[in-house]
Design a protein around this ligand. Sequence first.
Ligand code: FPP
Length: 239
Amino acid sequence: MLDKELLPRHVGIIMDGNGRWAKKQGLPRTEGHRRGAEVFRAISTYASDIGIPYLTFYAFSTENWKRPQQEINVIMDLFRDFLHEAEERQEENTQRGFRFRFIGDLSVLPEDIRSLAAFMESHNPENGRTTVNVAVNYGGRSELTRAFHLLLKKVQSGEIDTQDVSEAAISDALYTAGQPDPDLIIRPSGELRLSNFLTWQSAYSEFWFSDVLWPDFTTDDFDRALLDFAHRSRRFGGI
Ligand code: FPP
């Protein structure tokens, strides 16, 4: 058991390796995504049970539209399934204290997904135990660009002065406004990069990499990441 004091408040997870997992099993890539969605459910439930208040899962990047249409369709279907389930299990999720959010530019998503996401967000409990951000059509640079546009508009309209464009104001203009920055970012599947995930928010994040492919990722792997994190010395530029 880990000391609660040493748990990260916010964990970001890049769900990578679904395609390779499927290939290894002789299955179509889309089966990897299906299995990946189950692991997403298992890890969010576990993380909430042990008391982690914020989670962000990278589910679909602004670059993922380059994939074959059939693969994109299956991923969109998985979002639909998740959103329908959230609707059906709304009471159970509220009792558990889950607050689900979709972050990213949702404007180009199919209309039914957008309205299901809006329904889900409007039915979140006021004070949840665990906020789960699902990053969809998300890119850190596009999130920052959007934030700068929002702030520029406020400056132009005279609502704020140029000097008010502070680090805090930029954080508040991001999708994750009001949430702590991720303390820990987990990337399975052997890749050692951030891939446009939480670009601004990750300035002081600790990173944890593993060769395990996301569909094989277990709560034991998650525990390993938490244990490593508990032993890191975070100085935030100090000594
Ligand atoms: C990266 O693996 C994974 C994705 C681009 C899609 C992730 C989406 C899901 C797991 C579905 C999520 C559903 C919900 C409800 C959140 P990859 O395909 O790039 O793997 P590879 O590098 O092995 O090809």
